[in-house]
Design a protein around this ligand. Structure first.
Ligand code: FEO
Ligand code: CA
Ligand code: CA
Ligand code: CA
Length: 596
C-alpha cells in the first residue's frame, strides 16, 4: 500500500542528447546489450532464423515481432523469467516482396499471425552487475503464445451469445491474442497483457447485421464501403471476415492473464475488466486487501478505467488469486477542474491558481451481477464498454496509454500521449491544450490513499514538448535544466519512486528518435526530466521495466525501420543487415543502482 512519501534520490547521470542515430544510446558509465531478437529460438525445437525463408511453423517457436511490454520475475537471485508482448507486425519490412490485399502471399499472413502474442524466455545474470542474458541449460518456462494459441474467456461474458461463433459455439474458447501492447505484473506472480488495436485485423464490417454496426464503428472497424483492400488476415483464417463471422471481433480487446510459472496454464481473457483498446493494466492492493486494476483506452477522446475486485488478495494462494479478476466492479473516470472554465483557453497557459488540477470520481458501470448503465446488461457493458462509458458522461482524454501506480507513494500516473484533434473549445483542465501534439502526464491521488476509493484528486505535473516552448510545464521546475519529451506512452518506476517515461512519436513531432526519460515526482527535484536512453531510427521506446533490485533497465525498441521496406531499410539495427525488434538491458558498469 501507499507509504509515506519521501524525497527520492535525484538522478545524477548525464542526459543522453537528442539524436537520429541508428542505435541504442545510454549515458556515460552505463552499458547495454541485446538480449533477444525477432526470430531467436524460444522453444527448444525452434529452427534457426532464416529471414528469406520464413514459415509460420518456425515463427510459432521463435521470438515474435514488435516487442512492446516487458515483465520480469526474478525466480532466484541470478535467474529470471522475461515476458515480452509482440504487439503487431510490419510486413513491409519483414518480408522480401511483400504486397497487401489480394496479392498477399498467404504464408506471409500466417507468419504474421504467429509473430503476434507474447514470449516467455528464461534469463540468467552474467557477472555481478545488472547484465542479463538468455539462460543456458534446461529452460522449462520458455513459451510462445501467438495469434493462434488456445485461450479462454472467463468472467461474466464467458459463454454469452455475444461471443459465440460457428467455430466456438460455447463462447468460451478463443484462438489467439492480438495487438498486445502494454501490460502489468500482479502481486500473485502473473502477467497481464492488453489487447489494443484489435480492430485492424477484421474485414467485412459492411456485411454484418445493421444492428451490430454502431458498436463495430465505435471500436474503429469500418462498416461501409469495400473493407477488403488492406491487410487480409481473413485469407489465412476465415474467422477474420466479419461478414461471415460477425461476433469474432467481440472476442478480442480484452486484458489477458498469463501464469508464467505454470506452462500448462491457458491464457485467460478476463472479461470483467471490459473491452476496449486496452493499453495495459496495472495492479495496486487496496487498504482492505481487494485489488484495483488501472487501465487506459488508447484512442483520442477515450477514457481511463479502474476495476476493483470483490474478493481480497491472499498472499501465497495462487488458485484463489487467479479468480480475483472475475468478480468486482468496473469504473470509468470523470475529472473536474478546480479553476474557472474561462481560464482554460486551450493554449496551455496555466490558470490563476497556478496548476492544472481538480477532483474526480470513479463512475461504476457494472459489477459481475448488476449493470448501472440504462439500457445495458452486464455483458453489454463489458463487451461494448466504450458505449456504456459514453452514456455516463466519462471524461474524454487525450489518448490514455499506460496508467500505473507508484509502488512508493501509491499515486497513479497516466501517460496521455497526444491528441491533435482536440479543438480549443474542447480543452478542459485535465486536457488543457488544444491540438495537443506532444501529450501530457496526469497524476491521480486516490481519496485516503486507498486504491478502492470512488473519489480522487488529480494534477498535471508534465505538459510535454520542447521546454523552450511556452505551452510546456515541468511541474514548475526550471525549464532551462530539463530535456525535451514528446508523446509519453509507457511508464515505470524505480525503487526510489522516480517516474520513467518512454515515448512513441518523437521522430514525427520533434524530428528526434524516441527515448526513455526519467523524472522525479516527489521533493524539490519534481519535474527535473532527464533522458536516459534513445532508441534506433523509426523505433518506439517500449518496455520499460526497472528490476526490483534497481540494477537493470529492460527496454524494447519496437519497429526499428518501420518507414522503410525490406529492400530499402531505414534501420539496420541491431546487426547491420535488416531491422529486428529486440529487447535490450541496460546496466551501470560499476553495478550501481540505475538512474541514480
Ligand atoms: Fe500500442 Fe497505445 O500503444
Ligand atoms: Ca487549477
Ligand atoms: Ca503503448
Ligand atoms: Ca503509443
Amino acid at each position: 500500500g501507499p507509504g509515506r512519501p519521501k524525497p527520492a534520490p535525484r538522478p545524477t547521470f548525464r542526459s543522453v542528447l537528442p539524436n537520429n542515430d541508428d542505435k541504442v544510446t545510454v549515458p556515460g558509465g552505463y552499458d547495454h546489450h541485446v538480449i533477444v531478437r525477432w526470430g531467436d529460438a524460444v522453444l527448444p525445437d525452434a529452427p534457426g532464423f532464416d529471414v528469406e525463408n520464413q514459415t509460420a511453423e518456425a515463427q510459432s517457436k521463435q521470438f515474435g515481432y514488435n516487442c512492446d511490454y516487458v515483465g520480469f520475475h526474478q525466480i532466484d537471485g541470478d535467474r529470471g523469467l522475461l515476458w515480452v508482448n509482440h504487439e503487431y507486425t510490419n510486413e513491409n519490412i519483414m518480408f522480401r516482396g511483400y504486397t497487401n490485399g489480394d496479392e498477399a502471399d498467404v504464408e506471409h499472413i500466417r507468419v504474421a499471425i504467429q509473430a503476434h502474442g507474447g514470449s516467455i524466455v528464461e534469463l540468467e545474470r552474467e557477472g555481478r552487475t545488472g547484465k542479463w542474458v538468455l539462460a543456458g541449460g534446461e529452460r522449462r518456462y520458455n513459451r510462445r503464445v501467438t495469434g493462434n494459441s488456445p485461450t479462454v474467456l472467463t468472467g461474466p461474458v464467458a459463454g454469452h451469445d455475444l461471443v459465440k461463433t460457428a467455430e466456438d459455439p460455447t463462447g468460451r474458447e478463443v484462438r489467439g491474442i492480438l495487438n498486445n501492447c502494454a501490460g502489468g505484473m500482479t502481486p500473485w506472480g502473473t502477467f497481464l497483457t492488453a489487447e489494443e488495436n484489435f480492430n485492424q485485423y477484421f474485414v467485412g464490417g459492411d456485411g454484418v447485421p445493421e444492428a451490430d454496426k454502431p458498436a463495430l464503428a465505435r471500436y474503429g472497424i469500418p462498416t461501409s464501403g469495400n473493407t477488403y483492400g488492406g491487410r487480409r488476415f481473413d485469407r489465412a483464417e476465415e474467422r477474420f471476415d466479419l461478414a461471415r463471422h460477425p461476433q469474432e471481433a467481440n472476442r478480442f480487446g480484452w486484458i489477458v492473464e498469463v501464469n508464467p510459472f505454470d506452462p500448462g496454464f491457458t491464457p485467460a481473457k478476463r472479461t470483467m475488466l471490459g473491452r476496449f483498446k486496452h493499453e495495459g493494466a496495472t495492479i495496486q492492493v487496496a487498504a482492505d486487501g481487494r485489488i484495483a486494476a488501472y487501465m487506459g483506452d488508447d484512442e483520442r477522446f477515450d477514457y481511463i478505467y479502474k476495476f476493483v475486485s470483490a474478493k481480497k488478495y491472499r498472499e501465497g494462494d495462487t488458485d484463489h488469486n487467479l479468480t480475483l479478476l472475475d468478480t468486482g466492479t468496473l469504473y470509468v473516470a470523470r475529472l473536474t477542474g478546480n479553476s474557472p472554465e474561462e481560464e482554460i483557453d486551450g493554449t496551455g497557459a496555466l490558470p490563476a491558481d497556478g496548476e492544472f488540477d481538480g477532483y474526480g470520481d470513479w463512475i461504476a458501470l457494472a459489477t459481475d451481477t448488476e449493470s448501472f448503465v440504462d439500457g445495458f446488461s452486464v455483458a453489454e457493458v463489458l463487451v461494448h464498454t466504450r458505449l456504456a462509458a459514453d452514456a455516463v458522461g466519462a471524461t474524454k482524454m487525450d489518448r490514455p496509454e499506460d496508467v500505473e501506480p507508484s509502488p512508493v507513494t501509491g499515486k497513479v500516473y497516466v501517460a496521455l500521449t497526444n491528441n491533435t484533434a482536440r479543438e480549443p473549445g474542447q480543452a478542459d483542465e485535465a486536457n488543457p491544450r488544444a491540438a495537443n501534439k506532444h501529450g501530457h502526464v496526469l497524476e491521480i491521488v486516490e481519496h485516503g490513499g486507498d486504491a478502492a476509493a470512488e473519489a480522487f484528486s488529480w494534477a498535471v505535473p508534465l505538459v510535454c514538448g520542447d521546454p523552450e516552448d511556452e505551452d510546456t510545464y515541468y511541474a514548475g521546475y526550471d525549464k532551462s535544466k530539463v530535456m525535451p519529451i514528446s508523446s509519453p506512452d509507457n511508464v515505470a518506476f524505480d525503487k526510489d519512486g522516480n517516474l520513467w517515461i518512454s515515448t512513441d512519436g518523437q521522430p514525427g513531432t520533434m524530428g528526434i528518435n524516441d527515448a526513455l526519460h526519467v523524472m522525479p515526482v516527489e521533493g524539490r527535484f519534481r519535474g527535473e526530466l532527464k533522458t536516459f536512453a534513445t532508441v534506433p531510427v523509426d523505433a518506439e521506446a517500449c518496455g520499460p521495466l526497472i528490476t526490483e533490485d534497481n540494477k537493470t533497465v529492460f527496454l524494447a525498441p519496437q519497429h526499428p525501420g518501420e518507414n522503410g521496406t525490406f529492400e530499402a531499410p531505414t534501420s539496420v539495427w541491431p546487426d547491420g543487415d535488416f531491422p529486428r525488434p529486440s529487447v535490450v538491458c541496460i546496466w551501470h558498469k560499476g553495478g550501481q543502482d540505475v538512474g541514480r
